[in-house]
Design a protein around this ligand. Structure first.
Ligand code: SAM
Length: 251
């Protein structure tokens, strides 16, 4: 089994594939100030198994949501969850890469993306997705962010290797301004979004995952890498989090 299939097996049984929380998704929606009763056209990009898409479908009862992920396995889980929640007819899954989206200019009132834009980079993502928003449309995006001006060398070295675009919120907000968005709001994800909502449930899946994978060397390497990331977060959580950015398209 290749590494991607192994990662899918670890993550597809989860409610979410990255740090976040229902209360924080709802807070971002409040800060965006959308009319919840409106028939909004929404895209959730990098939706995974549907943590935010399913909540948005509940909170926006007249919205239609296009849920995009390049992994069909995750979208299959999302569809099953949507059916159980009674919102399947308002969520359209789309298996597609986030840098080759087939959307029309001005198609969406709201573009949502939690813990996913790093796959193509924050600047490329906010620049590339802008044209899909209506004038005045809203972008809500979470992005790994430094929360202090300086940080320990070990943490800096880790993220310089993983994602050199990591930066403080001031720089991310600057990118939004340069790309012709007006920043509306910003907050950071609190610790429980990482530990209780994401890392602890993942750790609880390790044993069954390793059993399904016959304790292969590749599966053990995946668990070890995830555990290293968890250890790093727990050691240095004062310095790093996801920032949640809400911005309005200008023009
Ligand atoms: N938004 C979900 C959540 O918060 O639970 C998932 C976050 S997960 C960290 C990142 C997601 O982006 C995964 O579901 C992954 O399959 C998806 N992804 C990665 N690269 C992608 C790409 N190029 N195009 C579309 N989706 C991608």
């Amino acid at each position: 089994m290749d590494e991607l299939q192994i990662l899918i097996d670890l993550h597809k049984h989860a409610d979410r594939q990255g740090p976040g929380g229902d209360a924080e998704t709802a807070l971002a929606l409040d800060l965006a100030g959308v009319d919840r009763a409106a028939p909004l056209a929404v895209a959730d990009i990098g939706c995974g198994t549907g943590a935010s898409a399913l909540l948005l479908a509940r909170l926006l009862p007249n919205a239609r949501i296009t849920a995009v992920d390049f992994l069909a396995d995750f979208l299959d889980v999302l569809q099953a969850r949507a059916a159980r929640a009674g919102v399947a007819e308002r969520i359209t899954p789309l298996a597609c890469s986030m840098d080759e989206l087939p959307f029309a200019d001005g198609q969406f009132d709201l573009i949502w993306s939690e813990g996913a834009i790093y796959n193509i980079g924050f600047e490329a993502g906010v620049a590339g997705w802008r044209r899909f928003l209506k004038p005045g449309g809203l972008l809500v995006v979470s992005e790994i962010t430094w929360t202090t001006a300086s940080r320990p060398a070990e943490l800096q070295a880790h993220w310089d290797g993983e994602y050199p675009e990591i930066a403080p919120a001031s720089a991310k907000i600057g990118v939004l301004e340069q790309q012709a968005y007006s920043p509306v709001a910003y907050f950071t994800l609190p610790e429980h979004c990482w530990l209780e909502n994401y890392y602890r449930p993942m750790q609880a899946r390790f044993a069954d995952f390793l059993a399904r994978q016959d304790h292969s060397a590749a599966a053990r390497a995946v668990v070890a890498a995830e555990q290293r990331e968890i250890d790093l977060y727990e050691r240095y959580k004062d310095h790093v989090s996801y920032g949640v950015y809400v911005a309005r398209k200008l023009g």
